[in-house]
Design a binder for this molecule. Sequence first.
Ligand SMILES: NC(=O)c1ccc[n+]([C@@H]2O[C@H](COP(=O)([O-])OP(=O)(O)OC[C@H]3O[C@@H](n4cnc5c(N)ncnc54)[C@H](O)[C@@H]3O)[C@@H](O)[C@H]2O)c1
Ligand SMILES: O=C[C@H](O)CS(=O)(=O)O
Length: 486
Amino acid sequence: MKLSRKNLLQTQSYIDGQWWGAEHNRKFSVFNPFDGSLITKVADLGEKETESAIEAATRAFPAWSRKTAGERSDILRRWYELIMENVDDLALILTTEQGKPLEEAKGEIRYGASFIEWFAEEGKRAYGDVIPGHGTDKRITVIKQPIGVVAAITPWNFPNAMITRKVAPALAVGCTVVIKPAQDTPLSALALAVLAEEAGIPPGVLNILTTNQAKEVGATLTKSKEVRKLSFTGSTAVGKELMRQCSGTVKKLSLELGGNAPFIVFDDADIEGAVAGAMASKYRNGGQTCVCANRFFVQAGVYDRFVEALTAEVKKLKPGDGRQKNIDIGPLINVSGLEKVERIVGDAVSKGAVATTGGNRSEAGDLFYQPTVLTGVDNTMAVSEEEIFGPVAPIFRFETEEEVIAMANDTPFGLAAYFYGRDYALIWRVAEALEYGMVGINTGMISTAVAPFGGVKESGFGREGSKYGLEEYLVTKYMCWGGVER
Ligand SMILES: NC(=O)c1ccc[n+]([C@@H]2O[C@H](COP(=O)([O-])OP(=O)(O)OC[C@H]3O[C@@H](n4cnc5c(N)ncnc54)[C@H](O)[C@@H]3O)[C@@H](O)[C@H]2O)c1
Ligand SMILES: O=C[C@H](O)CS(=O)(=O)O
């Protein structure tokens, strides 16, 4: 890997301001999903090292939380600047371990940095209240305080931004953090730690545990009394398990879980705009995003036109090595991801669906699936229920507004939804009727640090980004002042 700054590629965990190897020098391999080549081996930490990381975060909390919001802001701002100065190296590390095209990786680095920029400022606005007393001798004041030691567990699909989206608000309000990144993509997390240390984030404030023992390390984090908050981003199944584990110590939780986003196109929609939005939403990161369109619903009057136009654009997508120029789509992250996509498409085709393009593994590499468009799909197929997490667009036909709202909401998930239409009354009715945490109206790209990202139902709870994201790392305390009267 040709980096301008070679020290950004680390292979040991970062605990208490030190680079830690694992007991018995245990390591696990990190591979490039494009060609299966070994990138490097990384420290494989376990329960003992996790306890050391929690102890370090606990020790660091008093001094870090005693700093003013302005002092923490200055350090976070410097971290933001260092990340922006090293976008190219950070993106190359990310693409090499995750597979997405370099331009997408650069976009993720900038997006991830924007959370640090945003919360460096927002941390200064953790306001409280003064409430008129309930008696002539009483006064009430409300303050916000950092909750304490935070554990964060993050996924492989956005190995930079899913970390900064949690760490930025946590550190801004004075919390300290222990992070367990995904075993497929630990290198991006470690590179962030290099720059955090350079920015002046003190030892113990930010700790990164690399491990191939997710269950064991997770269990150590969830059972710890010192860890007061768990912020998890990942699958709904794992989120439910972690929620169960955290009940033992009644931790505060944020769960950013799976999705099954509807993408609705009404007869009066701008079809060209809808196709552009569909391409951006569906095929970003090869379809491996929690908010990508998972089910397309197109009204009968424009169904054939939309299918033809989308198919034409999908056929232009060029799969390959994300490190090369002019590559539009990378590999799936691993064999299980590929086999899941293959199973879901096979189920649909076996029940009568037809691929207008794609529908098979790609010759671009062992983990590649062809960008695919499916028609003739219905709600008996897995494509209507499962998060595909791959470059596959099933397109359902509908007749009425009532029918499509019912279909769109017929899922346990509730993360993101999208629709294209022009009638302002319809837009209000549909936006209010969709049971999702986020709704894209005439756009397929909604993610930003200034808005509260998160879901409802089994897509989780809690919000990341915006002023709402700060609350996840704060506790509210009120003080009742008596004896005010002479
Ligand atoms: N809502 C969001 O913001 C968001 C963002 C990205 C991904 N996701 C979801 O994440 C999923 C894909 O990511 P993934 O495959 O990494 O998810 P995953 O749930 O398999 O893993 C997520 C993280 O949890 C860890 N983990 C797995 N099992 C664990 C256990 N028993 N105890 C403790 N930790 C455990 C993994 O090592 C990883 O770090 C998709 O469902 C996607 O929708 C959601
Ligand atoms: O996978 C879901 C992430 O949240 C991606 S993004 O926030 O939409 O970029």
